[in-house]
Design a protein around this ligand. Structure first.
Ligand SMILES: [Zn+2]
Length: 420
């Protein structure tokens, strides 16, 4: 079973930019070899047909992927690095400790490595700015981003508290400072401001000034407010995302469908949170994924809280989000997996990944023959980022022989995710 303390695998910093993956199953049923060089997929051929890349001084690593399904890696579009892993902080100094910059940086790294172990090689993290912490949490998460370089790509969303009225002037100045520091996305929670539309307007203006994407928290239960947002944000590049939008599920069907049509027309992505939500929105519930898809809205799924007070058992596993989209919202496994891989990559402005020559080598190998099986049981995973293996999880399950006198005898053994 996976270790609870994530660590990069040994040799993660070695020169392993060339790699040969052999005998991997693809989602379309083919079994192939995949040759990787320079962070990209160089060639894909029938199993046994490819050799290692060109002349090299050191042997090229090969990975036998017999029994593994090879997929484009997931991307995590909605994390909270500054509050992750605080649920078990317990009594003691409390916020004084969990809010200190070195602690935030340590937890941000640990959370990102946990999510990398699950397969997410890119991560968009919402970070609060303002109030007593000012820009301290943002600085700590940006420091974590630098220390994770080569392992995972972490981008930050600046989340100001108030942006209107007298207090809003400070928030606005701090938002601009956060963008200058390195936050690449402008976000926040408009519904918590006394003037939600004014808040959204301010966010869109700062984003337009700096060429940033926008990613806002909303429950989505106010159709008029969403319609105004759609009208204001149409055409903004590099794009607007909102989530988790569980409130859309509580609206009458026709109202929700009409609102979804407006979001689709404005090109707004909805980032739902099937695993339970986050601290940015009080109410829970999953967005009406089928209704939104029918209206043409792009849907991505994020994990939200990772073991903070909002969700002390949050796993941050994109495959769990995909599993829930399939089992709870009725998406086909292929579409559910797309919601945690291709859709978030597009929403995050990342290049598309396909297991084809020329595409970025951002890959996840999961033990299993089919996508449905991989979403059902996926303990064993190999994660590839920029053409290098950056995380590996091997699960082994052992069964006792019922006739054996001692539980120390363990004659049957197999992969935990291959079945008994
Ligand atoms: Zn959130």
């Amino acid at each position: 079973m996976p270790d609870s303390q994530p660590r990069p695998p040994e040799g993660a910093t070695a020169d392993t930019t060339a790699l040969l993956l052999r005998g991997a199953r693809l989602a379309d049923g083919r079994t192939v070899d995949v040759r990787i060089a320079g962070g990209h997929i160089e060639a894909v051929g029938t199993a046994g047909s490819l050799t290692a890349p060109g002349p090299r001084t050191s042997p090229v690593p090969r990975i036998e992927l017999d029994g593994y399904l090879l997929l484009p890696a997931p991307a995590e579009p909605h994390a909270h690095s500054d509050t992750a892993l605080t649920a078990d902080a317990g009594p003691g100094p409390g916020p004084a400790t969990t809010g200190a910059a070195p602690d935030i940086q340590r937890r941000a790294v640990e959370a990102a490595l946990l999510q990398l172990g699950h397969g997410a090689t890119a991560l968009r993290s919402h970070v609060r700015i303002g109030d007593v912490q000012g820009l301290g949490a943002m600085e700590a998460v940006l420091q974590a981003r630098r220390s994770l370089r080569g392992l995972t790509d972490l981008t930050t969303v600046a989340v100001p508290r108030l942006l209107t009225g007298v207090a809003g002037a400070d928030g606005l100045a701090m938002l601009r400072d956060a963008v200058k520091m390195g936050a690449t996305v402008v976000g926040g929670c408009p519904d918590l401001d006394p003037d939600p539309t004014g808040y959204a307007q301010a966010v869109l203006e700062v984003a337009a000034e700096h060429g940033c994407a926008v990613d806002l928290h909303t429950d989505g239960d106010d159709p008029a407010r969403l319609a105004r947002l759609a009208a204001m944000s149409g055409g903004l590049r590099p794009g607007v995302a909102i989530g988790p939008c569980g409130g859309l599920s509580r609206l009458p069907h026709d109202t929700a469908a009409h609102t979804a049509g407006r979001l689709a027309a404005a090109g707004i992505t909805v980032i739902c949170q099937p695993q339970g939500g986050c601290g940015g929105v009080e109410r829970r519930g999953i967005a009406p994924v089928q209704l939104l898809r029918s209206a043409g809205v792009r849907i991505a799924a994020g994990s939200g809280a990772l073991r903070d007070l909002t969700n002390p058992v949050g796993r941050g596993d994109p495959l769990e989000a995909a599993y829930l989209l399939s089992s709870q919202s009725g998406l086909r496994p292929k579409d559910a997996y797309g919601s945690v891989s291709s859709a978030p990559r597009e929403a995050m402005g990342l290049p598309e990944v396909r297991v084809e020559a020329g595409f970025p080598a951002e890959l996840l190998a999961v033990r299993g023959e089919q996508l449905s099986a991989a979403l059902s049981l996926a303990y064993s995973r190999i994660v590839i980022h920029r053409g290098r293996v950056v995380a590996r999880t091997n699960a082994v399950r052992e069964y006792c022989d019922s006739t054996a006198p001692s539980t120390l005898e363990l004659p049957r053994q197999g992969r935990a995710d291959a079945g008994p």
